[in-house]
Design a protein around this ligand. Structure first.
Ligand SMILES: [Zn+2]
Length: 480
């Protein structure tokens, strides 16, 4: 039982440790000030020069503060004399302290850790590492997260340069590559999605002061990503660490498919959930189903609509998963198809071609689909090619007739296309993946896409925290 005098003793001991730490830090600060004063003796010195001098040396100070805090907060682990072996339970004596230097955003931190080794089980461990939740890498979690965030925006080499410029620290592109790979492993749609509560909050934010429920758009779309075959990996011709050479393999454009849920608030778009991968139609459907089953979409509190091009699989999936959603054929996609027909029908008459397209677009926009159908039926195309185009368009319009009520859709406030905003997939995919000379392994492209979705969904931090805990938990359960 803990008695009052013992508590008092403990309190006074803690106070002593605190005083001691403070004294050491004050001394450290004095020394740092001395070195700072020496560094900026030249007159006159601009604020910029002063700030740069402080910035360059700030880590000498912040690292010391961190080391002192570790000493203060983790006395038991630092002075541990014995520890039980995790496998056999035998009580082991502490061996000599083994210092380890790790890098953090506040500088290089040196940690003297007691080491324990079990001769029977032939395994050693550092309890302090576990208490401090250290990464096995020299670069700690904060640096890894910053690097991964940058790499999700720009190419790895640029990320490395930016990191150094902004922090004064180093982080190699291969390390960032590895971290991104580990971070993105096993990321599925639910792992990068906001929680039900977060979605509800975004809906409530848009619903405020409105009579009608807000419109939640589900846009389903694809974008092409330059990929390289798995066979391009690995060293070639017996040379070590040779990079895959462009000439040895054939790049291929593959479609990254996915969906985006977003709220429409007048001219504003409020992001809810994006998920894009190089994947099959069935996988897109499966991901949508998982979102639905996780209860992430509050269907009773929004007016859900789906915008897609004519692809049949989209409507089949939507009908099965969100049967009550309003279906909208993308007006801008439809307009592109009109151009094709006009070009075939009026190949030598650009003026007539343009007039027909504009007139047809206007009819569709104002809801006169029947007129357009009638017009096409009476077109009487002379050429085989244009006859085929007209026939195709007629089939397309008849099949999607119920999704083209643009007049009434507009009145109710629904968007009629995803063309007004950046198309769902493009800002996730193109901005990062489509760069000159960049060809992606499918696996890596999907990792990058998942991380970019996490970023836009506002879940990057959570994804990183989960990765960190996974690494720590996995290490604790396996013998070293
Ligand atoms: Zn043992």
């Amino acid at each position: 039982m803990v008695t009052a005098p013992v508590l008092v003793l403990e309190e006074s001991r803690q106070a002593w440790v605190r005083d001691q730490t403070r004294r050491e830090l004050h001394e450290c600060f004095d020394l740092w000030l001395d070195s700072m004063e020496e560094a900026v003796t030249e007159e006159p010195t601009s604020l910029d020069a002063l700030a740069k001098a402080v910035f360059a040396r700030r880590q000498e100070l912040t690292a010391k503060v961190t080391e002192a805090l570790v000493k203060q907060r983790h006395r038991p682990a630092l002075h541990q004399k014995t520890a039980p072996c995790a496998q056999c339970g035998r009580l082991l004596p502490a061996r000599a302290l083994v210092p380890r230097t790790v890098e953090t955003l506040v500088g290089e931190v040196c940690l003297p850790r007691p080491y324990f080794y079990c001769v029977e089980c032939e395994g050693g461990f550092y309890p302090l590492d576990a208490v401090l939740e250290l990464s096995n890498r020299r670069k700690q979690w904060d640096i890894q997260e910053a690097g991964a965030r940058l790499a999700a925006e720009v190419p790895f080499e640029t990320a490395q340069e930016l990191f150094t410029q902004l922090t004064g620290l180093t982080l190699s592109a291969p390390t960032t590559h590895e971290v991104v790979g580990e971070l993105g492993r096993e990321l599925g749609v639910l792992e990068v999605s906001p929680t039900r509560e977060e979605v509800a909050q975004r809906v409530a934010g848009v619903a405020e002061d409105k009579k009608q429920s807000p419109i939640l758009v589900l846009a389903i779309d694809g974008a092409h990503v330059p990929t390289r075959p798995a066979g391009a990996k690995g060293p070639g011709n017996g040379k070590k660490r040779q990079r895959a050479r462009r000439a040895k393999w054939q790049g291929e454009w593959k479609e990254a498919k996915g969906f985006r849920f977003y709220l429409v608030d007048k001219e504003r778009i409020v992001q809810v959930l994006s998920w894009h991968q190089i994947q099959t139609d069935a996988q897109v459907g499966e991901a949508l189903r998982r979102v639905k089953e996780a209860g992430l979409i509050p269907e009773e509190r929004v007016r859900l609509c789906v915008i897609g091009d004519g692809a049949k699989w989209i409507w089949n999936q939507v009908k099965a998963i969100f049967p009550n959603a309003v279906q909208i054929l993308d007006y801008y996609h439809l307009s592109e198809r009109l151009h094709k027909v006009a070009l075939a029908q009026f190949p030598d008459d650009p003026l007539q071609e343009r007039e027909w397209v504009e007139a047809t677009k206007a009819r569709l926009f104002y809801g006169y689909v029947d007129w357009v159908l009638l017009d096409l039926e009476q077109m009487n195309p002379q050429e085989q090619e244009s006859a085929a185009e007209v026939r195709k368009l007629l089939g397309y319009l008849r099949e999607n007739q119920g999704r083209m009520k643009y007049r009434s859709l507009r009145r109710k406030g629904y968007p009629i296309g995803s063309g007004g905003i950046e198309s769902a997939n493009k800002f996730i995919s193109h901005v990062r993946l489509k760069r000159s000379g960049a060809w992606w392994y499918v696996e890596r492209a999907n990792v990058m896409l998942a991380l970019r979705c996490a970023k836009y969904n506002g879940t990057f931090q959570r994804v990183f925290a989960r990765y960190k805990h996974r690494v720590i938990a996995g290490r604790d359960s396996s013998p070293s």
